[in-house]
Design a protein around this ligand. Structure first.
Ligand SMILES: NC(=O)c1ccc[n+]([C@@H]2O[C@H](COP(=O)([O-])OP(=O)(O)OC[C@H]3O[C@@H](n4cnc5c(N)ncnc54)[C@H](OP(=O)(O)O)[C@@H]3O)[C@@H](O)[C@H]2O)c1
Length: 286
């Protein structure tokens, strides 16, 4: 039987491209999204190439919707081989100027969404004694960045969650955990994150305004000078995810570009793929 994969957040960007790549590689893909009205781009690609992709509704903030999607996969195939926790959201704002709703939302989508999707598939993977859980985190999961602290905090949380699971679930149950850590990607995410900040206009006033302006100028300079070096395409990141799924000994963590690697090197140089750290933790606690 084909390997199967459930991917979250496939209406656009990395999730959409990953769905196409995994299907082209011979996987049965369960491409999930919270709003099925956004399925047209994926549906058109499926029709063009006759790919084995089933589109399902899944909102990572709604436990019932996660359960229904996972049950559907198990009912169809009796197993789940790979979960790609890709759905994510963010904005650039100070903590002080973010509303309670925004703070809870970014944490819910980026962290709790990962926890609940992972929690739902683990019993099946444990029973089948195989499985792979891949989370698209970010360089923001390793390095806190200005005006991104709420996003970074949620991605740090995912990294800690994954490290903890890897330390005691991987060996006995043959389940691998990987954090895929991109830098900038040219997807809807960038437009919606920056767009939200500009539309809200909250950064234009107050004592933070000149610091924010400095941040925006530097971002513009960075993307203007070396777009190719800084920003990857969704497909490039999806290729890294597929590479991890195809790897018999996948790393605990992997950056997806040279720029991402350089940004994180003070934290990752001693142990770039996280293997030493997981072994160190196992030796200390188990
Ligand atoms: N773009 C970057 O620069 C960048 C850098 C590093 C890491 N990342 C990470 O890469 C991943 C993919 O992002 P992307 O760049 O491909 O951006 P994207 O095109 O905006 O895709 C994000 C996906 O997440 C979905 N999503 C948001 N909230 C959801 C929810 N409650 N339930 C289910 N799905 C939900 C979105 O669905 P809707 O269309 O319904 O909103 C969309 O399909 C994210 O985890 C992001 O944090 C992105």
């Amino acid at each position: 039987m084909k390997r199967n994969v459930l991917i979250t957040g496939t209406s656009s960007g990395v999730g959409l491209e990953a769905s196409l790549l995994f299907a082209a590689q011979g996987y049965k893909v369960y491409a999930t999204m919270r709003n099925l009205k956004k399925a047209d781009s994926l549906k058109n690609k499926i029709a063009e190439s006759d790919l084995d992709i089933e589109i399902l509704e899944l909102d990572v903030t709604k436990i019932d919707s996660i359960k229904m999607a996972v049950e559907r996969v198990i009912k169809n195939d009796g197993k789940i081989d790979v979960l790609v926790n890709n759905a994510g959201a963010g904005f650039a704002k100070t903590t002080e100027q973010s509303s309670e709703e925004e703070i809870r939302w970014v944490t819910d989508v980026n962290y709790h969404g990962v926890v609940f999707c992972t929690k739902e598939v683990l019993p099946y993977m444990r029973k089948q004694k195989s499985g792979q859980i891949i989370c698209v985190t970010s360089v923001g999961g390793l390095v806190g960045q200005p005006f991104n602290e709420l996003y970074c905090g949620s991605k740090f949380a995912v990294e800690g969650f994954m490290e903890g699971l890897a330390s005691y679930v991987s060996d006995p149950f043959n389940i691998n955990f990987t954090c895929v850590e991109p830098g900038g990607i040219s997807t809807e995410f960038m437009t919606s994150a920056v767009g939200k900040t500009v539309v809200d206009g909250q950064m234009a006033s107050g004592e933070y305004a000149p610091i924010f302006q400095q941040y925006m100028d530097k971002s513009a300079e960075r993307s203007g000078k070396s777009t190719e070096m800084v920003f990857q395409t969704g497909t490039e990141v999806a290729e890294v995810i597929l590479g991890v799924a195809e790897n018999e000994n996948p790393p605990m963590r992997i950056r997806t570009s040279k720029w991402a690697e350089e940004l994180c090197e003070l934290k990752t140089k001693a142990d770039p793929d996280g293997t030493k750290l997981v072994n160190h933790v196992k030796n200390k606690f188990l």
